[in-house]
Design a binder for this molecule. Structure first.
Ligand SMILES: [Zn+2]
Length: 375
């Protein structure tokens, strides 16, 4: 139905044209010699490895993208916290201004108070003055002085009120500072997560560099295997002269073609060009040999062509029958034109039962409809 090898090969940068030629031949001419089979097997392994490497690379990329999204999310959270931190700083600055004003007021009142005390308690109360003047603060004086009770009620209330306000502002300041510190610690923790995530991305990127170079190596080996297969095919013996006569339609009673030769197709995200024609029919429908010849090979793949066979009609003419449910002939067997050789199936890479039919002229794939007509 589709040549997966071709699709993969096309992705390789190196020796593209040459490799494509080799790949076309891959499906058609393995088993002619044991060594070709060996190379084919090696090629299939490499292809599988290549696929796995690509999957790993894709998974890593996907993972790195998720980490990037996570970092973007963290940055957003960090920014929100920063706005709150900034707000705290603004509040603290306002509180400091208030404190400065309040302290100035307090100092002023304290000075007035001292003057009043000085006036009220001159000579006879020298001891009181000395207490006051040596006191560190008004509250110290008030609490240590036995003359506290003599202070006027309004003075006392004023001092008390100022002291309370100062205490309140100090408390508020402590609260804001604590909030700010908490926000900063949250920010620090987010930054740690960010660093961790960035480290993961670095690791993924470095892993991908390694995988890419491995993949490059696999690609070189694949190209070498394909070249070797092509070389062995070119060296192989000619299959004799053409058996003659026109080819006949390989699926009697079924004329509908669901996919034509060279049709551009994109199945499961893989771009491919169709290598034959597809003729749908229910499973078990007999497939006949388009011409007499020798069965070149029979293969029971579970992928790609599925159960398929190639018939050699001589002089570089071949026909290929793919996706069958059952093959009724074996390699090396001589078949005659119109003989039932296999039954329609849906093995390999298919979406439903059909015959995938290819025609080779001069060992090169060609449009089957130039050689067969439904009749
Ligand atoms: Zn097909």
């Amino acid at each position: 139905m589709r040549n997966k090898k071709r699709a993969v090969l096309r992705a390789l940068s190196l020796c593209l044209a040459l490799v494509l030629v080799a790949a076309c031949a891959l499906a058609a001419f393995p088993a002619s010699a044991a060594t070709v089979s060996d190379w084919q097997e090696k090629y299939d392994e490499l292809e599988e490895k290549n696929k796995q490497l690509q999957q790993q690379i894709d998974a890593n990329k996907n993972n790195a993208n998720k980490q990037k999204e996570y970092i973007a999310d963290l940055n957003e959270q960090i920014n929100v916290l920063q706005q709150k931190v900034d707000l705290c700083a603004k509040q603290l600055s306002e509180l400091d201004t208030q404190l400065a004003q309040m302290n100035a007021e307090y100092d002023e009142k304290y000075e007035l108070f001292k003057q009043r005390v000085r006036a009220n308690y001159m000579a006879p109360k020298q001891s009181l003055l000395s207490i006051l003047l040596t006191s560190g603060s008004i509250s110290e004086f008030l609490s240590s002085s036995e003359y506290f009770l003599r202070i006027t009620k309004s003075d006392k209330e004023l001092i008390t009120s100022l002291t309370e306000q100062l205490t309140e502002i100090e408390q508020r300041k402590t609260e804001v500072e604590s909030t700010r510190d908490q926000l900063a610690s949250e920010q620090a923790s987010l930054n740690t997560k960010k660093t961790e995530s960035q480290n993961i991305i670095s690791q993924l990127n470095s892993s991908n560099s390694q995988l890419a170079s491995e993949k490059e190596q696999v690609a070189k080996e694949m190209a070498a295997a394909a070249n070797e297969i092509q070389r062995l095919i070119n060296e192989s013996q000619s299959s004799g002269s053409y058996v003659g006569g026109p080819l006949i339609w390989p699926l009697p009673g079924h004329s509908y073609i669901s996919s034509y030769y060279n049709e551009d197709r994109n199945i499961a995200g893989v771009q491919d060009v169709h290598t034959g024609i597809d003729i749908p029919a229910s499973t078990g429908t007999p497939i006949v040999a388009a011409n007499s010849g020798v069965v070149k090979y029979v293969r029971y793949n579970t992928t790609g062509y599925g159960y398929h066979l190639l018939i050699d009609h001589g002089d570089g003419y071949y026909t290929l029958y793919a996706h069958t449910s059952k093959i009724l002939v074996s390699a090396g067997q001589t078949v005659t034109k119109g003989q039932t050789i296999a039954l329609v199936g849906a093995t390999g890479r298919v979406t439903g039962p059909h015959l995938h039919f290819e025609v080779y002229v001069n060992k090169v794939r060609t449009n089957p409809l130039n050689y067969v007509k439904y009749s």
